[in-house]
Design a protein. Structure first.
Length: 1142
């Protein structure tokens, strides 16, 4: 059996065997913490089988996962278990137990006639997205989704359009005054930066399911009945300020409780003393707030300033106890001051109280100031308006994002006080609900769950089974809230209180890996759980497998950021592992895709094949960067960066010295103007002048054509004429260029690009296809993509590298729970150039803490992918002051474990320095990046015969367009468009009753292909000639005649190398017992040797047609003949397919 689907879970009784057996009690609900490698999926499958054996309908058991892959694997393994139930009893206890459960389920299936083997879809195993889609389809009116719309994975450009429309309401005719006023408030707050406001609104729309139910208090609609609308802005303000007070007072209560009674009166007296001295000396300090204290401060929110003053008196800015006090803290060098210092020195606080006291400094005030509330109130109006605009955009485009489907699903179930008929129906039909990866649930998904089970009651026969691992919650960027797992474990879900269980045995990794993770990460995780910051504690695992001589954990340290050296080390580790254990799997896992760029290059240089899905970004490749720069330069002559880039690109190749001479002085001229300035040109080298002389006519032609050619044709034509294709060295580079140009054609709108920001984002999302011919034993993945996978050897490079900085949000929000009640904090973005907003900063710090906690969990997930070997690579920066290493930035993965691994890091560093005193650094730094460029006098070589290059304007043609502006065009582009129309006509033509292909009909069709003027006339002439030739030709009429099994434009789908491939056959039929497959070719040919040209075309297209024949023979038996027909030439080539007919 494939090891992907088989894992030995229990060979003998294990430490957590009792918990595993208890989890199969089908009468009770459970929430199970299942650490990495603990056999979570197997437990889910056993539970599912046990439930199938006890229900009346298989649909009563519903299992929900978060990915299609997980759902498919679970379904596959359950079907396999049911299929194996008829076989012999397995020998291992865990497989025998699964077999026993499967036999009971099969017995139930046979007794009740479910026929699961024929109808496996009756087993409800689905993703959360598919569940939402089902709910929306069942209740289209209530969900307000209407007719089915296609879901889109990336709706960023739609968010941007909706945001732009919202901001445009500022001066829109007929816009309500309160809306225009709200836009004006927000713009004024952000320095009237329209682009920034649009961008921030766009980002907010992508996360609207998280904030929408909180901010909708007056909206053009009830926003899908998402929740009862809050009563109004003032009531909302009171509610939000109550939450603020609660946060402040809960922190003050904790500090006050920890502050020793013995020192309270002395502390209050000393604080008043210090405040009086500071006032007398006219010194500003937070301690001044203690001046009016009449005793030790209480825990009410109004006492916060006094507590901050006490913290300022006792603690340094870093939160440690002050070692000395002076006049700046209100303690002068007098007898009274000295006495006060002695008293203060006796105040003893434990570390936890000290830390809590320091944290009070970051608490926000318990009330909004008026300006803050004005901005927040404006957002309360604009954000729902932006949602309405987005729904209009969705309607126009006939699509939705998955967030909208989720919102519609919750609406389809109705609010708690009035559930819909669908909700009641599901409540009756679902008896047992299993949810996988529960630690990755978001607030909105949790809301959906609570609505699904709102009428469940304890002991009513229905059960909830939640499985997950808080230590593996790593999807905060998708709004996953690990605190919901902790909350459900403590307080239950709705009326259901699942029994907590915890697994502890790791069946995946060998002891060295398990022991290292236990030792190092135990201290990296927080010591206590906290819903607010998403802090979870570490739960150690026990290795089930025996030790293995090849198992290891190794650190590979570096000084400073030597990414090239690190990449070469990764290659060495892979090569060594493959030499030792060639059949084992290896994974390189990184925090961010960008961390793999150097590694990808190093692997390719060393001939190491690998698989990487959506890792190798085409936008980072030189040919795509050059084409993007050329596109921007042609669209915007004033884009200085783009113009300098195209002069540096290999088709021109100016040196940096020449670029500095040309454009180094800041002047109010475009680069194009400078290129035409004789004085500037004189500053350049002779080589630069000759290169510029070659490209200037091409660029001048391009400017003349900008208003007449679609942007793809313009860019591709200029690039080709400049010599871009001649700069490419590999087939991969040519494919990269084609991918960019195809994207450009998809997004072009007439002569330009409608949304250049969206286009740049689309380019950034272009990735090289994975190497499907690679064996798959070496894979490159982000840690997020690797979750749920396992490998023999795992390599973790870039541990010392920083992730991308987080962008500020327009609105910061934080939802947390107090018991079973939900609380909310909201803060608007700070004003551009304004002072720091304490509430926004407080919420930002919570988010930072949540991200740091998640980074620890990310490292745990990465390390626990390893079965045998774990290699960690990271760099640290030397600290010259004390001859040690600086502590890594808190935003790096290395920082999460630095305290535990610093000695290990230093020891490994000594070993590497001993092996190579100079290190690889000198070699890496000495490597330069050579300037790739065409030779100065480059001219294009001879073109293939089927490409005819000529200017758009022919001086010998008195009727030609735009005299005086010679331009260029690849005639094959015109031929391509003629070919499209000719193929379309041939699809509808039958002999002898041939369809009328009048000149007017052809002209209209070709005009729709973007042709105009003389080019349109030429295209019409070519199309008429092609169609006339085929009608006049006896063979052409035979091809167009009706035959047996007659098909035109026949679409075929097959699987090649594991991937679906689609083909379209121009013409096929059966004639005299033989299947004919014919392809039309609208190629033209001038000159002699027509027969030689046709022979070449036959060889050129042989493999294409024989591919069609192979697919056809997989569908039917019989001999196949292949043919190429050339309407422009009345040419014909045919041959018999020599594949083996069935």
């Amino acid at each position: 059996m494939n090891r992907r689907y088989r894992r030995t879970i229990v060979v003998e009784p294990v430490a957590d065997q009792q918990q595993r057996l208890e989890a199969l009690d089908t009468a009770r609900s459970f929430i199970v913490q299942a650490p990495a490698g603990s056999g979570k999926t197997e437990l889910l499958i056993q539970r599912f089988l046990a439930l199938l054996a006890r229900v009346d309908r298989p649909e009563a058991v519903v299992a929900i996962t978060f990915t299609r892959k997980a759902a498919a694997e679970m379904r596959h393994r359950i079907v396999a278990a049911l299929g194996s139930a008829a076989g012999p009893r397995p020998t291992t206890p865990h497989e025998a137990h699964t077999w026993k459960l499967a036999r009971e389920a099969v017995s139930r299936n046979d007794r009740l006639g479910w026929r699961l083997a024929e109808h496996p879809a009756r087993m409800r195993i689905q993703t959360i997205d598919s569940l939402c889609a089902m709910l929306v389809r069942r209740m289209p009116w209530v969900s307000r989704m209407g007719a089915a719309r296609r879901p889109v994975d990336d709706a960023g450009h739609l968010y941007a359009r909706a945001a732009r429309r919202t901001v445009s309401m500022l001066d829109a005719e007929g816009a309500p005054a309160d809306v225009t006023g709200a836009v004006a408030v927000l713009l004024a707050h952000l320095d009237n930066h329209f682009g920034r406001v649009e961008q921030l609104l766009s980002v907010m729309l992508g996360t609207r399911d998280q904030w929408m139910r909180h901010v909708v208090h007056r909206s053009p609609s009830d926003v899908l009945q998402e929740a009862p609308a809050p009563p109004g802005p003032e009531a909302l303000r009171a509610h939000l300020e109550a939450s603020l007070r609660e946060v402040v007072e809960s922190n003050l209560t904790a500090v006050r409780a920890g502050f020793p009674e013995l020192f309270r009166d002395e502390t209050a007296a000393l604080a008043r003393f210090a405040a009086s001295n500071l006032r007398a000396g006219n010194r500003a300090s937070a301690i001044d707030a203690c001046h009016e204290m009449t005793g030790f401060p209480g825990s009410d929110a109004e006492s916060l300033p006094s507590w901050v003053g006490i913290a300022e008196m006792l603690l340094t800015g870093q939160g440690t106890r002050r070692r000395s006090l002076n006049v700046n803290q209100g303690f002068p060098a007098t007898d009274a001051g000295r006495d006060a210092k002695e008293l203060l020195a006796r105040i003893d606080l434990d570390p936890e109280t000290t830390e809590s006291l320091h944290a009070l400094r970051t608490l926000p005030p318990p009330r909004f100031d008026e300006r803050q509330w004005d901005v927040l109130n404006a957002l309360m109006l604009l954000l729902p308006m932006a949602v309405e605009q987005l729904r209009l955009v969705f309607r126009e485009e006939g699509c939705v994002d998955f967030t909208e489907i989720g919102i519609g699903a919750r609406a389809a179930l109705g609010p708690d006080e009035s559930p819909t008929d669908l909700a009641r129906s599901l409540d009756d039909r679902i008896t047992h609900l299993l949810i996988d990866e529960f630690q990755d649930t978001s607030q909105s998904q949790y809301g959906l769950l609570t609505r699904l089970i709102r009428d469940w009651r304890p002991d009513d026969g229905r059960t909830l089974f939640l499985v997950g691992d808080p230590m593996q919650s790593i999807y905060g960027f998708r709004e996953a809230e690990v605190g919901l797992f902790l909350q459900a474990r403590k307080n239950g879900v709705g009326a259901v209180n699942p029994v907590p269980l915890a697994l502890s045995v790791n069946f995946r990794s060998h002891p060295p890996v398990v022991n290292w993770v236990n030792r190092v990460l135990r201290d990296a995780f927080p010591l206590s759980e906290d819903f607010l910051s998403g802090a979870v504690t570490y739960e150690p695992s026990e290795a089930f497998k025996a030790d293995h001589p090849d198992s290891c954990v190794r650190f590979h340290p570096f000084l400073d950021r030597e990414q090239e050296t690190e990449a070469e080390r990764v290659v060495e580790i892979i090569s060594d592992a493959q030499a030792r254990r060639p059949d084992e799997t290896i994974a390189v896992l990184v925090h961010a895709r960008s961390h793999l760029a150097g590694i990808v290059s190093a692997l390719r240089r060393n001939g190491v094949r690998f698989r990487a899905v959506e890792i190798d970004a085409l936008g980072d490749r030189p040919v795509v960067r050059d084409l993007l720069a050329l596109t921007r330069a042609l669209l915007h002559p004033g884009d200085r960066v783009a113009w300098l880039a195209i002069l540096r690109a290999p088709w021109c190749g100016l040196t940096l010295t020449d670029l500095e001479a040309l454009a180094g002085v800041n002047a109010p001229f475009t680069v194009w103007d400078l290129l035409q300035d004789p004085a500037r040109r004189e500053r350049l080298s002779q080589d630069a002048r000759s290169r510029i002389d070659r490209i200037m006519p091409v660029l001048a032609d391009a400017f003349a054509l900008r208003a007449r050619l679609p942007i793809r044709r313009l860019v591709e034509g200029v690039w080709s004429t400049l010599g871009g294709p001649a700069c490419l060295e590999t087939r991969t580079e040519r494919e990269d260029a084609t991918a960019f140009l195809d994207l450009l054609e998809r997004v072009q709108d007439g002569l330009g690009i409608p949304d250049e920001k969206a286009f740049a984002d689309d380019v950034a999302r272009l990735f090289a296809p994975s190497d499907i011919e690679a064996a798959g034993d070496v894979q490159l993945l982000t840690i997020h993509r690797a979750k749920g996978l396992e490998f023999d050897t795992v390599i973790l490079p870039g541990l010392g590298r920083l992730p991308r900085s987080e962008d500020p949000r327009l609105l910061m929000w934080h939802e947390y729970a107090r018991g079973r009640q939900s609380r909310l904090l909201l803060a608007p973005i700070r004003a551009t150039g304004g002072e720091k907003d304490p509430l926004y900063a407080y919420l930002a710090r919570i988010e930072t803490q949540k991200r740091e906690n998640e980074r620890t969990r990310l490292l745990y997930v990465a390390a626990t992918r390893a079965r045998k070997c774990l290699h960690l690579l990271g760099h640290a920066v030397p600290d010259p002051e004390n001859e040690s290493l600086k502590t890594p930035s808190s935003r790096t993965l290395l920082a999460r474990i630095w305290h535990a691994v610093e000695p290990e890091f230093m020891e490994a560093l000594k070993d590497y320095e001993g092996k190579n005193p100079e290190g690889d650094t000198a070699v890496a730094k000495s490597r330069g990046v050579p300037l790739r460029r065409l030779v100065a006098g480059w001219t294009p070589g001879p073109l293939p015969e089927d490409i005819d290059f000529k200017p758009l304007y022919d001086p010998s043609d008195p009727d030609g367009e735009e005299p005086g502006h010679p331009t260029f065009e690849w005639v094959t582009e015109l031929q391509r468009r003629v070919g499209i129309v000719v193929h379309r006509m041939l699809q509808r033509m039958y002999a002898p009753d041939l369809l009328d292909f009048s000149e007017e009909r052809l002209r209209s069709a070709l005009r729709q292909e973007g042709l105009a003027g003389n080019k349109l006339d030429e295209a019409v002439s070519r199309a008429l000639s092609a169609l006339g030739n085929i009608v006049a030709d006896e063979r052409g009429r035979w091809i167009l005649s009706r035959h047996a099994h007659d098909e035109r434009e026949l679409a075929l789908t097959t699987v090649l190398n594991g991937r679906p491939r689609q083909y379209v056959v121009d013409r096929t039929f059966v004639f005299e017992g033989r299947r004919w497959i014919i392809d039309y070719k609208t190629s033209a040919h001038t000159g002699g040797d027509l027969e030689g040209f046709l022979d070449n075309e036959q060889q050129r297209y042989r493999s294409q047609l024989e591919g069609y024949a192979g697919v056809m023979q997989s569908l039917e038996s019989g001999p196949v003949n292949l043919g190429l027909y050339f309407p422009m030439l009345q040419g014909w080539r045919s041959w018999t397919y020599l594949g083996n007919p069935r």
